[in-house]
Design a protein around this ligand. Structure first.
Ligand code: ZN
Length: 281
């Protein structure tokens, strides 16, 4: 029997802290490194079973108000809860089955979580030339909670992209070529890394979702097309707006140029503006 008056010894405190740490580690369904790479625990049969039992939710489509809301931050203390861990597992399963990235609002959950993964198999229909131009290479699954992106340098790149929530269409979108990503991994580990090329594009696309922004807000609308029209040529110079669409990288990003990707705030303002003003024609 121990009395409350006895102060705990240093080894006892250390042991308690250690057991608390390991209890915390056990609660997450995987581990994250500082590049947000998510390694699922092989023993996570429980998580897999729960996901299976719940079934996969549909990816919601453009027009659903949930895709136009700003998703909520997640308290770090909540990351290892079953609720968030199950959401991560569900998002990864959904992303793997359908694409290269997914944001929680696309499943109807207004929380700031994104997942992304690009595999050799997933890019098997992309030519070697396109892969090189897009700077696309396989990478292991990443989970990022409360992600914050900042552009690195002035270079941008314009390529076709699509969205699981705008099913069946593609358009050319100009994005920053390099970004720095900070946030928390799937187990709460601090994340801070730089991404370029296709990974940087996916990150920007998914973080946009957390701010209620879709790629159609940033696209060159003249290039918008159905997926079965992907082999049709790009439109030429526009009578009113000039310059033909050019795919690929650009290092020229003057402040007021149309070539520079609009900031998230610009696009959010535009989205709000559209919402608040009725078009007269
Ligand atoms: Zn999307």
């Amino acid at each position: 029997m121990r009395t409350a008056a006895t102060p705990p010894t240093l080894p006892a405190i250390r042991a308690r802290a250690k057991s608390r740490d390991s209890a915390v580690i056990r609660r997450a369904y995987g581990t994250s490194d500082d590049h947000a790479t998510w390694t699922e625990k092989p023993s996570n049969a429980f998580g897999a079973l729960i996901s299976l039992a719940k079934g996969q939710r549909e990816v919601i489509q453009a027009g659903a108000p949930a895709l136009r809301e700003r998703a909520r931050e997640i308290e770090p203390a909540r990351i290892e809860s079953g609720e968030i861990q199950e959401l991560i597992a569900e998002m990864l399963a959904s992303c793997r089955a359908r694409g290269v990235g997914l944001a929680a609002p696309q499943l109807g959950t207004s929380l700031r979580v994104i997942v992304l993964e690009d595999t050799e198999e997933g890019m098997s229909d992309v030519s070697a030339g396109d892969r090189a131009a897009q700077r696309r290479a396989p990478f292991a699954a990443k989970v990022i909670i409360n992600p914050v992106l900042t552009p690195v340098g002035d270079a941008s790149a314009a390529f076709f992209e699509g969205c699981l929530s705008v099913a069946g269409y593609r358009a050319v979108v100009r994005r920053h070529l390099r970004v720095r990503c900070r946030g928390l991994g799937g187990d709460g580990t601090a994340v801070d890394f730089e991404a370029s090329g296709w990974m940087a594009r996916i990150l920007q696309h998914e973080v946009d979702h957390l701010n209620g922004v879709l790629y159609v807000d940033r696209m060159d609308s003249r290039t918008f097309r159905r997926v079965d029209k992907m082999n049709e040529p790009l439109p030429g110079d526009h009578l009113e707006f000039g310059k033909a669409v050019v795919l690929g990288e650009s290092s020229i990003a003057p402040k007021s140029s149309a070539a520079a990707p609009p900031s998230v705030d610009d696009v959010e303002d535009r989205v709000k503006g559209r919402k608040n003003t009725r078009r007269s024609r």
